[in-house]
Design a protein around this ligand. Structure first.
Ligand SMILES: Nc1ccn([C@@H]2O[C@H](COP(=O)(O)O)[C@@H](O)[C@H]2O)c(=O)n1
Ligand SMILES: C[C@@]1(CO)OP(=O)(O)OP(=O)(O)OC[C@H]1O
Length: 168
């Protein structure tokens, strides 16, 4: 039995928005966080899960999230991004890939992410069908610099390792 391992990286940004349905809360890592603004998106705007989906798809050589779930398709309007993550995991599983670990970074001046990180890790490990300690979520400000520092939006980075068992 030989094991193939592959790395993937993902990056996503969503801008803050004040109109319905993006008011008063954001969703990050599947956690709803009360906030004075929302994140503009076709889906629920979960920038962290979008970066993770891109990293997983990239690692498997499957393109990116927009290729599989176009933002012009009405079936994804307002969708819970955890559903997209589970669909991505199924695509990898069909190719006999599984997640080894994911290291994720949220770039946001506000709101404070730290209290919500344990719940994010729980959601992601459940959806990725992996151990909790395979998922690491971090947050950082940009010391008020750039679009994130001006609170114009939130960015997220994801790095993943996936493995595939192959018969030899
Ligand atoms: N939106 C954020 C940003 C950061 N944190 C936590 O604060 C710590 C310090 O952030 P710096 O940008 O000053 O390095 C960081 O380690 C995070 O734990 C946060 O919770 N939410
Ligand atoms: C998730 C999708 C699909 O609803 O839309 P958005 O929520 O706008 O997110 P984005 O990261 O811009 O691109 C991926 C899209 O295809």
């Amino acid at each position: 039995m030989a094991t193939a391992i592959r790395v993937g990286q993902g990056y996503d940004v969503h801008a803050f928005e004040d109109s319905e349905p993006f008011k008063n809360h954001i969703v990050i890592g599947g956690v709803r966080i009360d906030y004075q603004r929302g994140l503009k998106a076709h889906s629920d705007g979960d920038v962290l899960l979008h970066a993770l989906c891109d990293a997983l798809l990239g690692a498997a050589g499957l393109g990116d999230i927009g290729k599989h779930f176009p933002d012009t398709d009405a079936q994804y309007k307002g969708i819970d991004s955890r559903e997209l993550l589970r669909l991505v995991i199924r695509k990898l599983s069909d190719l006999n890939y599984q997640l080894v670990n994911a290291d994720l970074t949220i770039v946001a001046q506000a709101p404070k992410m730290a209290p919500h990180i344990p719940a994010m890790c729980e959601h992601i490990s459940t959806d990725c069908v992996c151990d909790l300690d395979a998922i690491n979520v971090k947050a950082t400000t940009t010391e008020k610099l750039g679009f994130a520092g001006r609170k114009e939006g939130i960015a997220a980075y994801a790095t993943v390792l996936i493995e595939k068992g192959t018969e030899v």
